[in-house]
Design a protein around this ligand. Structure first.
Ligand code: AVI
Length: 320
């Protein structure tokens, strides 16, 4: 029998960001763009899980190693009986290391935009942690959030692994950190941040030999075909992900391989041959540049952990 699980809440109800409107308005701009939050429907979340296993994608395994290695210290910093609030929780795998290390965790509140997927992975987690209050919330965590306090108001700690902060432009990243700080009600934030490094290594991580990142990128168009009845020809677009060294970021595009028209929600969008659609940025930080940004967002940057190659970093930020 499945373990009891608080019903998956939708916040705002049954709304995850208006894919149709956002897609149409993004494709009407010059240059064209699609917001990267739309990668994560059920298929996209599963493709992202496959990316995390790729040999070129060092981020996930390095972060998991850091988490495991420093779990005791992190648990001490978080304290006992806390609620862990995870932003963009995905597969809910990484939090297990924290739940196992923290003394008597009281509650876990994963927030994610991918509703079906969140329901499935939350059910599996509930079975393994029967004493934990688990309250999955389907929401766009990039928007202002009001997550009700639990009875007894356990101290709330934030968890934002995976360097998803890098998918926001620096100004938006700072604004997001500020909003997170507000929703933590004085608690700290454990956040994973990918670091500036050899561009060749970065390039390989977003241009894997097996082509999984290309499928993930094209899932935006595949999703539009599935959900909105669009007629994107996926073979007529190329995945392109260069590293912009001056801006310290990977930029991801879908490039039209020919002049073509695509029908979308009863309208037609024209693509020129070679025209790019910007789909994602993934900013990389130095340890110092990230700590400075966190301080400007109102946190006190405390402990930081990194691996011997300085590929990835985990930061413990206290609320001021
Ligand atoms: C979720 N995010 C941190 C990933 C990244 O590395 O920027 C998304 C991703 N895009 C392509 N590969 C992975």
């Amino acid at each position: 029998m499945d373990a009891p699980l608080a019903r998956v809440q939708h916040c705002p109800p049954a709304e995850t960001g208006g894919f149709a409107c956002s897609l149409y308005s993004g494709l009407s701009k010059t240059p064209k763009e699609i917001a990267c939050k739309f990668f994560y429907d059920d298929a996209g979340s599963r493709l992202f899980d496959r990316i995390c296993e790729l040999p070129e994608y060092y981020q996930t395994r390095t972060e998991v190693r850091l988490l495991k290695h420093h779990a005791g210290e992190i648990a001490q910093l978080m304290g006992s009986g806390v609620e862990i609030l995870e932003f963009g929780a995905g597969s809910l795998r990484k939090v297990r290391t924290l739940l196992d290390a923290v003394e008597a965790p009281r509650a876990y509140t994963p927030l994610d935009i991918s509703g079906d997927y969140l329901g499935q992975v939350a059910r599996a987690l509930a079975a393994d942690y029967p004493a934990l209050t688990l309250r999955p919330v389907v929401c766009d965590f990039t928007q202002a959030l009001e997550i009700p306090e639990l009875p007894g108001t356990p101290r709330r700690m934030g968890f934002f692994p995976g360097s998803t902060i890098g998918n926001f432009k620096p100004d938006a990243a700072m604004a997001l950190l500020r909003r997170m700080r507000a929703s933590l009600l004085g608690g700290g934030l454990l956040i994973g941040v990918d670091l500036v490094k050899d561009p060749v290594r970065l390039h390989a991580a977003y241009n894997d030999a097996a082509g999984v990142t290309a499928l993930f990128n094209k899932n935006l168009m595949a999703r539009a075909n599935r959900e909105l009845g669009a007629n994107f020809d996926l073979d007529a677009f190329a995945h392109y992900a260069p590293y912009n060294a001056a801006a310290h970021r990977i930029e991801m595009y879908l490039v039209s391989l020919k002049r073509q028209s695509v029908s979308l929600c009863g309208r037609v969008v024209e693509f020129a041959q070679g025209e790019p659609v910007h789909t994602e940025d993934s900013h990389k930080y130095t340890i110092e540049s990230f700590r400075e940004m966190a301080a400007r967002a109102g946190f006190n940057p405390r402990a930081v952990w990194t691996d011997e190659e300085r590929l990835f970093s985990l930061h413990w930020l206290e609320s001021r």
